[in-house]
Design a protein around this ligand. Structure first.
Ligand SMILES: [Zn+2]
Length: 354
């Protein structure tokens, strides 16, 4: 087995996936045509070929306009899992969803969340891929909308809803993690877990990553790359055991970083931080979880020992109860052992080093 095949077949967990971004391009274009929604282009090639972030956001926002019913969310969710299993052996995924992005279409919190649960449950029955949902505060929408989102979570408890996140950017283009302390405190009262997009933009810094972790009581950090700018902050992050959900391809697109050994994610891995890999907005960034593993295993040059470590660390970074983590650990170790046997018995493979 070649190393590329190994990277494709290792069992995968994804913890930073905005669920609308798992839509099939054909489905998006089909629903848009059927429902009279104008997209910026009418072929997948043209649609996902951006000049800049403004172009990207126009397509990303337009994609939300094609949804009409609860069943649409079920279709989206089911197809997204089926495709990720075929592409790269997805085994478990926690999804961000911004229910507020659909409210102007007459779709409420329960339409969105229950529709997604329908589709993800169907996919779990068929493929054994578990899931959790993480409603996210859209930071461009203001504090009242954020508080109302948490109250919707309180009024409609679902065991599949595991936590609260915050994404997008404040209207002035800043990350602003600490602006959302009040809804995060309220979510903590509900007993859900917490994560935030922080340390992604050039305007952020290493301190903001660790300060947000401490001030908001986070359980994970999404992105967090700028922690690598400051050795003292890296040491603090390691001490706290912060799990990071890193998305290589999106950094190439948004920050212009080459996906090689100098990449901040490579530095985070070498520094012993708990890195997990994810796609962020996969269809919009023209990536898949398999390709993200290729960026780390081939582009950044890490061998199978590091990849196995990422795969197993990802189990610990999920918000699953301990008994489900235990089952995943055994399942993943079995799969990794079988795959390593195939890799090591192939003379031409590059399966050495760490
Ligand atoms: Zn994201």
């Amino acid at each position: 087995m070649e190393y590329r095949d190994y990277l494709r077949l290792v069992p995968k967990i994804e913890l930073h996936c905005h669920i609308v971004s798992t839509i099939r391009p054909k489905r998006l274009l089909g629903w848009a045509a059927e429902r009279g929604v104008a997209l910026p282009a009418d072929t997948a090639e043209a649609l996902f070929d951006y000049d800049d972030i403004v172009d990207f956001l126009a397509v990303f926002n337009a994609a939300h306009e094609v949804f009409r019913t609860r069943e649409d969310f079920a279709t989206l969710a089911y197809e997204g899992v089926a495709d990720a299993v075929a592409d790269g052996n997805l085994c478990y995924r926690e999804y961000f969803v911004n229910p507020d992005n659909f409210s102007h279409l007459g779709l409420g919190y329960t339409d969105v969340v229950d529709g997604l649960i329908d589709g993800l449950r169907r996919a779990e029955d068929e493929f054994g891929v578990g899931f959790g949902l993480v409603p996210a505060i859209n930071r461009s929408m203001g504090i009242d909308v954020a508080m109302a989102l948490v109250e919707s979570m309180a009024a409609n408890p679902r065991p599949e809803v595991l936590g609260l996140g915050q994404d997008d950017l404040r209207a002035d283009g800043q990350e602003s993690p600490l602006d959302w302390a009040e809804p995060f405190r309220r979510a903590q009262e509900l007993g859900v877990r917490l994560t935030a997009h922080v340390g992604e933009l050039p305007s952020s810094n290493a301190a903001s990553v660790v300060e947000s972790w401490d001030a908001l009581g986070l359980d994970r950090v999404d992105h967090g790359y700028h922690v690598a700018d400051d050795g003292a902050r890296v040491a603090e992050a390691r001490e706290r055991g912060i799990p990071f959900t890193c998305t290589p391809r999106s950094t190439q697109f948004l920050s212009g970083w080459a996906l090689d050994a100098e990449h901040p994610i490579a530095a985070m891995i070498r520094a012993g931080l708990r890195v997990t890999l994810a796609t962020d907005d996969q269809v919009f960034f023209r990536t898949t979880l398999r390709e993200e593993f290729e960026h780390v295993g081939l582009g950044m040059g890490f061998g199978p020992d590091v990849i196995d470590g990422i795969v197993l660390d990802s189990i610990e970074a999920t918000w699953l109860p301990e008994e489900r983590k235990r089952a995943l650990r055994a399942d993943f170790r079995r799969q990794l052992r079988a795959l390593r046997g195939a890799l090591d018995s192939t003379p031409s493979s590059t399966g050495t080093g760490s």
